[in-house]
Design a protein. Structure first.
Length: 419
């Protein structure tokens, strides 16, 4: 772990979304130096699924050695932000650092994303970041400490694969990054403006909700982002306009052992979005180099079916399923296939000894997968990597993502059957 230096003692940080997760971890790291923390977040009352409020976070900040100011703030509301900024200045005498952490996510396609969700993501991620920065900037310019804005946003990667499956989310998240690009140049020499993004998935309550049970062991803890943010916030004003990755920052600080940041040391890690080389293939390679879990790796290579049609693929699927597979999966799948052998197929791994075939499933599917029929056969034969298929848009998934990942087990068994 990166050791505290005490250099943030008496410094005031305004952190959006600091009631839990990465925002709270950054707050606690700074609090150990004796910093003042403005906790600007919506959660005044406990959420049934997401633990923590601005008040419980404030208690933790105080216990860590800092001073806390909890403020109920919806960063889409200009008046609420303005009130919190004024309260911060009245309480602590100014603001030295702004951390734009608050964010909303929906990994859905254009037709599946209601405008309410689009407005939420653009309102929080893009507009909220811009608005909060605008209202805090006058105080940063008066700071006696080296002033910083740090946005929790990714590098601006224009590979279309990062837009194809969730255009609205990507636009909203990249809006935060564009604030870095513009404001770093606009306030060069006065304020350091940078972006920070994790190399891997970070365990938070929100990630547990998105990824389902068991996703935590594929993650690093929020401490890695807190340590990286701390290192960045101690940089001079000339260090600006950078799109930083957490472990790169810490490596430059002399950190060599990253297992201590893993939820389960030694377990393969799930790579984060927006980081790739030059192609979807490059992304898969990068994921594997960083230890992608078996759920994100293809089954071992095996010769493809000689007949090729979807019927032959389902013959092997039927031969590969049994009661044990059903007990370990408990899922109902629907496949909407396009191309030369288009049609609707089902795989019932929820009842009895399991079944599979053409037509609609007898009940509502837990997972609906849409892809070209030729790619479908290749994927079940082990010749098309599920990760590559999903990331490149060849495979679209609706429903329970955890259940979709379980299908990997069947692919492994099918390879044993020498499809």
């Amino acid at each position: 772990m990166l050791q505290n230096t005490g250099k943030l003692a008496g410094v005031t940080l305004f952190i959006t979304g600091a009631s839990r997760g990465i925002g709270k971890a950054i707050a606690l790291k700074a609090a150990r130096d004796g910093a003042n923390i403005v906790i600007a977040a919506k959660t005044a009352e406990a959420h049934p699924k997401l633990p923590g409020t601005i008040y419980t976070a404030a208690e933790e900040v105080e216990a860590a050695g800092g001073k806390a100011l909890p403020c109920v703030v919806d960063i889409r509301d200009e008046q609420q932000i303005g009130n919190a900024v004024k309260k911060a200045v009245d309480t602590f005498g100014g603001i030295d650092i702004l951390v734009n952490n608050a964010s909303a996510i929906s990994l859905t396609g254009t037709l599946e994303t209601p405008m309410k969700k689009v407005d939420l993501m653009l309102g929080i991620n893009l507009r909220g970041t811009y608005l909060t920065s605008k209202l805090v900037l006058p105080h940063l310019l008066k700071s006696r400490f080296t002033p910083h804005i740090l946005n929790l946003s990714p590098p601006l990667n224009l590979n279309p694969m990062w837009f194809k499956n969730h255009t609205a989310y990507t636009m909203a998240k990249y809006g935060m990054s564009m604030c870095v690009l513009g404001m770093a140049e606009e306030f060069k020499g006065q304020i350091a403006v940078n972006a920070l993004w994790p190399r891997t998935a970070i365990q938070t309550a929100a990630m547990d909700m998105l990824g389902g049970e068991g996703v935590g062991k594929q993650c690093r803890t929020a401490d890695i982002m807190a340590d990286a943010a701390y290192a960045v916030l101690l940089k001079p004003a000339a260090f600006t306009g950078h799109f930083l990755i957490d472990d790169d920052v810490l490596r430059a600080e002399g950190i060599k052992d990253f297992d201590k940041y893993a939820v389960q040391p030694g377990h393969p890690l799930l790579p984060d979005f927006f980081l790739d080389e030059t192609s979807p293939e490059g992304l898969v390679q990068t994921m594997e180099e960083h230890g992608a879990t078996p759920a994100f790796k293809p089954a071992s290579q095996a010769p493809a079916s000689s007949s090729g049609p979807i019927e032959s693929t389902f013959d092997v699927i039927r031969a590969s399923i049994n009661e044990d597979v059903v007990k370990s999966t408990k899922g109902l799948y629907r496949f909407d296939l396009t191309g030369e052998n288009s049609g609707v197929w089902f795989l019932d791994l929820k009842s009895g000894a399991g079944s599979a075939g053409a037509g609609e499933p007898t009940d509502k599917a837990d997972v609906v997968m849409t892809m070209d029929s030729a790619d479908f056969s290749k994927m079940f034969a082990g010749k098309l990597k599920p990760t590559l298929a999903f990331m490149s848009g060849k495979l679209r998934i609706k429903g329970d993502m955890t259940m979709a990942i379980k299908l990997e087990k069947l692919m492994s068994w099918m390879n044993k059957a020498k499809l």
